[in-house]
Design a protein around this ligand. Structure first.
Ligand SMILES: Cc1cc2nc3c(=O)[nH]c(=O)nc-3n(C[C@H](O)[C@H](O)[C@H](O)COP(=O)(O)O)c2cc1C
Length: 185
């Protein structure tokens, strides 16, 4: 069975992302066709990129990089849960992605975003970034609106229609994760 990480991409105190990532993870528990794990980038205490070599060389010198690499390497696919910051993704998420390369490569990826326009612009950037890492991005996307899926822009209360979108995201991501796993082997 493929293993998929739900990656919580915000590190900000009081982040909305925690409730969103936990909601995705809870829905994922209904799936019998993949294993899911919630990965919070805040738990890895990554500083601003401080490795002397480009990540693709995998010549890691720091303990935090080795620990992050080991975790991300475990998975066949990823769901990035991201807010939109200045029409893109948070710097903390970009930094966490930059720390690695081979660990992401030839694996499937899907996106859950939130913001005033559902985080759409953040995911457009993220698709470019993950494309550069040779990841296979699925089409299905869950976009949560700060005005309609949150009370006072802070209490997560998703419209029920998003449940079907999450199911479709899982369907596409699991099948592509399986396909990419076969390809890597
Ligand atoms: C630095 C910063 C920049 C932001 N820029 C945008 C933006 O460009 N577009 C948008 O829709 N929301 C923007 N927001 C609002 C965030 O999408 C909103 O606060 C979201 O809940 C943040 O998620 P988090 O609490 O999980 O970090 C911004 C928030 C911050 C902190």
């Amino acid at each position: 069975m493929v293993k998929i990480a739900v990656i919580l991409g915000s590190t900000k105190p009081g982040r909305n992302g925690k409730a969103v990532a936990e909601w995705i993870y809870k829905l994922a528990e209904n799936r019998a066709d993949a294993k899911f794990e919630l990965v919070d980038i805040a738990d890895y205490n990554l500083p601003l990129y401080d490795e002397p070599y480009p990540a693709m060389m995998q010549k890691y010198t720091k303990e935090h990089t080795k620990k992050w690499s080991q975790k991300i390497d475990e998975f066949d696919g990823y769901i990035f849960v991201t807010p939109e910051y200045n029409h893109s993704i948070p710097g903390a998420l970009k930094n966490a992605i930059d720390f690695l390369n081979v660990e992401w490569k030839n694996k499937a990826v899907g996106f859950v975003s939130y913001g005033s326009v559902g985080g759409a612009r953040a995911v457009n950037h993220l698709r470019q970034i993950t494309g550069g890492l040779q990841m296979a991005d699925i089409r299905a996307q869950v976009m949560l609106n700060l005005f309609t899926d949150f009370v006072n822009m802070s209490e997560f209360n998703p419209d029920p229609r998003h449940n079907d979108e999450v199911s479709e995201l899982f369907n596409q991501l699991i099948s592509w994760s399986e396909a990419m796993k076969t390809m890597r082997e």
